[in-house]
Design a protein around this ligand. Structure first.
Ligand SMILES: CC(C)(COP(=O)(O)OP(=O)(O)OC[C@H]1O[C@@H](n2cnc3c(N)ncnc32)[C@H](O)[C@@H]1OP(=O)(O)O)[C@@H](O)C(=O)NCCC(=O)NCCS
Length: 240
């Protein structure tokens, strides 16, 4: 039988501790997980739990887990995406020469993010931010990923990464707009463009997630016809 949690090399290296990750959907699975965590060499356990699995969530709370975010996932058809009617901002594919600007935007836009890493006071927020920077940057080298950037007033103002999960579905993964360019519709333009490119390449649906508290992207998605598909709590449980 496989272990109820998996060692996360990426998280462990980033924070200099032993991090495991798990998902539990039932009370019995949550109970097994906490038994495993008690006996394994774990510093931090990151657990996702569907919001409807209330008994499992309550067990994680009783065991000392802290709620660090609620991840909402939306899904929608590409048929509603049309080519962008305006040229401002210009949105194009990211090139290798854009890498350091892309990393700079990711660093600035994710510096105090709503995600579970930043919500845990025991984790170094600078290391948490670098996680998003690496995630954005690594998409440039991944052949199944698409990375778009926006240009405003001659500078890179935002980015968006997406992954082709299969012929039918693209998952939009990470987006950021530099703080000085926010509230100008740049994210909405990046989102429109990726939806259109997915449609052009034959995908029929897009999938995307964020934290429940992150209202700006959810406004843009619902206007584009996406609907809430499911939601997961994220708990962090520390051994000591
Ligand atoms: C989320 C983010 C990408 C939005 O970028 P943006 O270019 O400022 O967004 P837009 O200008 O297209 O705004 C979209 C809508 O959200 C609203 N909005 C923007 N920031 C908001 C905020 N902090 N709170 C509530 N609504 C907000 C805008 O007013 C707009 O709605 P409106 O048309 O009713 O005015 C940007 O704030 C960001 O980089 N945040 C940090 C990283 C992040 O959260 N990424 C997305 C999840 S992976």
């Amino acid at each position: 039988m496989s272990e109820p949690a998996a060692y996360s090399g990426l998280d462990s290296r980033r924070f200099g501790i032993r991090v495991f990750r798990a998902r539990v959907d039932t009370l019995a699975a949550a109970s097994d997980l906490m038994r495993f965590a008690g006996s394994a060499d774990v510093d931090l356990l990151i657990v996702r739990c569907p919001v409807e699995a209330v008994a499992a969530a309550q067990l994680l709370e009783r065991a000392g887990g802290i709620l660090t975010d609620t991840l909402v996932t939306y899904r929608g058809p590409t048929s509603r995406f049309e080519p962008s009617p305006v040229l401002s901002p210009r949105v194009r594919l990211c090139q290798e020469a854009d890498r350091s600007a892309l990393e700079g935007i990711a660093r600035a836009s994710f510096a105090s993010f709503f995600g579970h890493y930043h919500a845990d006071p025991r984790l170094d927020p600078a290391a948490a931010t670098e996680g998003y920077v690496e995630w954005a940057s690594s998409a440039l080298a991944d052949s199944s990923s698409v990375v778009l950037v926006s240009e405003t007033e001659g500078r890179l103002s935002g980015f968006l990464t997406a992954k082709k999960l299969d012929a039918k579905t693209w998952e939009i993964l990470l987006n950021g707009v530099a703080p000085e360019f926010q509230h100008r519709g740049i994210y909405a333009a990046l989102f429109r463009e990726i939806g259109w490119r997915a449609r052009l390449q034959g995908a029929s649906e897009v999938l995307i997630s964020t934290q429940l508290a992150n209202l700006a992207p959810q406004k843009v998605w619902t206007r584009a016809g996406l609907e809430l598909d499911h939601a997961l709590y994220t708990f962090h449980w520390w051994k000591a």
